[in-house]
Design a protein around this ligand. Structure first.
Ligand code: GDP
Length: 441
């Protein structure tokens, strides 16, 4: 997904930092210079980068870091915290009025940004929450846009209110709200017309709608693939018509992703959702902290810990965490954690949260594949399970025979176990900082 290249560059910077026992001011400055370059290359707004690096530097070149036992980790922690702050810290939801009170949302954006698709995606989300949404076709210039909304509405099982192309958008909006009042709809989503570029006519039209209809929230849809332009467009829309939040589309693509890091800082308005694909279900709530973790290649450890806390009995979780901290992880733990994984909804649901292991959304992991792994571990002796380093070629051959698999499968598993151990070594520092804050010790 987006950020791959940024993520890789930042991880390299941090790897170098962590490799050093003690950090000098010069080390930190050099690292931050590289962070700055990486952010600029990812198309993050120049001013945003400058301020970001400044705030990280102020904190990183100080007692707190220099005297810490793991200064490299502390710098990563500060970068993480500042990045979360940059994106707004809190998750902002689109506020809907309670009960049957009607919430009116006005969707706007440039043509091709993904506005019509996103409008239908949102309607689906509201429907899932038990709301009764009504989509409204206010784009009277492109008959294809009305048709597209109707097709998407039908797919979502959400009705579309349309008066064709012979009326002014503001009048369509008024009529749609009356229709909603009479027919028990409680969320009215206006799909307004986009243009190729920002022009006065489009802005006037939006201002006219806002002036005559009580719009509760104005949501701007921008295309992440357009990089800095997405940020400029957000700023211009906000200056003209005051937006309440942004939905950033096409973050599933090969975009450099800088818009996600810049929009909040430039407009002061939060990112509400992110579009992660063309399917109508591909809309995700935006979590600044999770996004920062992903960008920094830390996976989504917090969500993982939350899940573990909710699903796993406390003693086991503590035991596992202790092992992770010490990077002790043998095949018995492997078996144990597999049974916990099953409880947590299967490997595919948690693998994306592990550092450096994000999966594209269309890849499905077959949880049954783990049955083979279990068979291999069951073919090991107790001693081998506890001390994986005992596994020499002849033992591996015996295990493969016992499990009825090819020896290459056994080799693969042993390699995975070694990698896991390595990864846990890296994670342990990060977790100690975060775990404490959440009372997870
Ligand atoms: P509009 O002109 O702003 O209404 O844009 P559309 O809704 O017609 O979308 C333009 C194109 O972008 C369509 O081909 C959509 O399928 C595609 N699209 C919209 N959102 C996303 C997204 O989050 N990811 C990807 N990959 N494509 C998207």
């Amino acid at each position: 997904m987006a950020f791959d290249s940024l993520s890789e560059k930042l991880q390299n910077v941090f790897k170098n930092l962590r490799g050093k026992g003690k950090l000098t001011e010069a080390d930190v400055r050099t690292a931050l210079k590289e962070v700055k370059m990486a952010l600029l290359e990812a198309d993050v707004n120049f001013k945003v980068v400058k301020n970001f690096v400044k705030s990280v530097e102020e904190r990183a070149i100080g007692q707190e870091v220099m005297s810490s036992l793991t200064p490299g980790q502390m710098v990563v922690k500060i970068v993480n915290e500042e990045m979360v702050k940059l994106m707004g810290s809190e998750t902002t939801e689109i506020k809907l009025k309670p009960g049957n009170d009607i919430t009116v949302l006005m969707m706007c954006g440039l043509q091709g940004a993904g506005k019509t698709t996103t409008t239908a995606k949102l309607a689906g989300k509201f429907k899932q929450k038990g709301k009764k949404p009504l989509l409204v076709a206010c784009d009277v210039y492109r008959p294809a846009a009305i048709k597209q909304l109707q097709i998407n509405g039908e797919k979502q099982g959400v009705p579309v209110f349309s008066m064709g192309d012979g009326h002014k958008p503001v009048n369509i909006a008024k009529a749609a709200i009356e229709h909603a009042e009479k027919n028990g709809f409680n969320v009215v989503i206006l799909d307004t017309a986009g243009r190729l570029h920002i022009d006065e006519g489009m802005m006037e039209e939006l201002i006219e709608i806002k002036g005559n209809v009580s719009v509760d929230q104005t949501v701007l849809v921008v295309d992440a693939m357009t990089g800095q332009d997405a940020v400029n467009v957000s700023e211009m829309f906000h200056n003209k018509i005051q937006i309440d939040g942004v939905i950033l589309t096409k973050l599933d693509g090969d975009t450099r992703g800088g818009a996600a890091l810049s929009i909040r800082a430039v407009t002061g308005k939060p990112i509400l959702y992110i579009g992660m694909g063309e399917k109508l279900s591909d809309l995700e709530q935006f979590y600044p902290d999770r996004m920062a973790s992903r960008i920094l290649g830390m996976g989504d450890i917090l969500t993982l810990i939350d899940k573990a806390q909710a699903e796993i009995d406390d003693d086991k979780a503590k035991e596992l965490e202790k092992k992770i901290r010490k990077a002790e992880f043998n095949f018995n733990d492997y078996l144990d954690s597999m049974s916990q994984v099953k409880k947590m909804g299967g490997i595919s649901s948690i693998i994306g949260m592990l550092p450096g292991m994000g999966l594209p959304s269309d890849v499905e992991v077959d949880d049954n594949a783990f049955k083979g792994v279990e068979a291999i571990i069951f073919s090991m002796t107790t001693e081998e399970r506890e001390n994986p380093e005992l596994l020499n070629p002849s033992r591996k051959k015996r295990i493969a025979k016992g499990a009825g698999v090819d020896i290459s499968e056994v080799n693969k598993l042993v390699k995975q176990q070694e990698q896991m151990k390595k990864m846990m070594k890296q994670m342990s520092g990060l977790m100690s900082g975060k775990g404490k804050k959440r009372g997870f010790k």
